[in-house]
Design a protein. Sequence first.
Length: 314
Amino acid sequence: MTAITLPRGLRDNRAAWAFGVLLVTWIGAILFAKGFDSVSSVRYLVQTAAFLGIVGVGQTLVVMMSGIDLSVSGVVALSAVVCAQVASGSGGTTGVVVALVASVLVGVANAAGVTWLRVPPMVMTLATGTIVAGALLVYTNGSPKSAKVPLLASLANDRVVGIPLAFLLWLGITAVAVWLLHASRIGRYVFALGNGERASRASGVPLARTAFVAYGACSLLAGVAGLVLLGFTSTSSLTMGNPYQLLSIASVVLGGTSILGGRGHVLGTVAGALMLTLLTALLASWNMSEGARQIVLGLLIIGLLLAYARERRS
């Protein structure tokens, strides 16, 4: 019997595999659960996936250069909490601007620690995330405010020809990230650093500039996600970003990006975020407890990683 051989381009395209697994998962959800074949269900899933997806795009920029950002959960909360606090006194636009500036400053601190102090990315970003969490606790005295900002409510909940605006925002951010990573000079630097920092330095790749762009963009996008979440719920919480710390990394890796850097595609992260959101909704539809959902979701992620995203570096 002659074995079926896939074209090499398809075999090596991890993003395509991620979308393939997403399609199979969606078909399974339609067959084994109720409601997943309705337009309203699809619309809600892509809307809620946008929150994770925006954070995931930023995480992709960092992971691609062989880094990692564990502060994104703190930045999501920082952005929402600061915006709600400021908006309650100075207005929504001021709150949005202050929140985004604060978010970028966290990314600048991460990049400075990684490049100038030579602190490992995991340690540096975990430390900044912990500092942000503590600062928010002091800033709000443990009681963050709620705020309804019309611009953010529109971004989170409105639709354009039936498509959630949050999803369109995510796609727009993804398009910019695709250009940045795959069609610009800074993208070539990111891939070069992911394939070997020492060789990249010898080749004249500007490590500091590239790190500041990647970590700054990652924190900025985590801040954007926090603002959209604030618009979606009209409330802020000190822990609202916690789910996005590891799920953003999982969406990147499930989308086919190498956790070791230097290989992957932003579009794969889109599939990864949709897949994780779909799996979470599917488990919830089966009335599983929160603990059981976390266990099953973790096992499914491990299985998918073993299937097509396990790292092999020669």
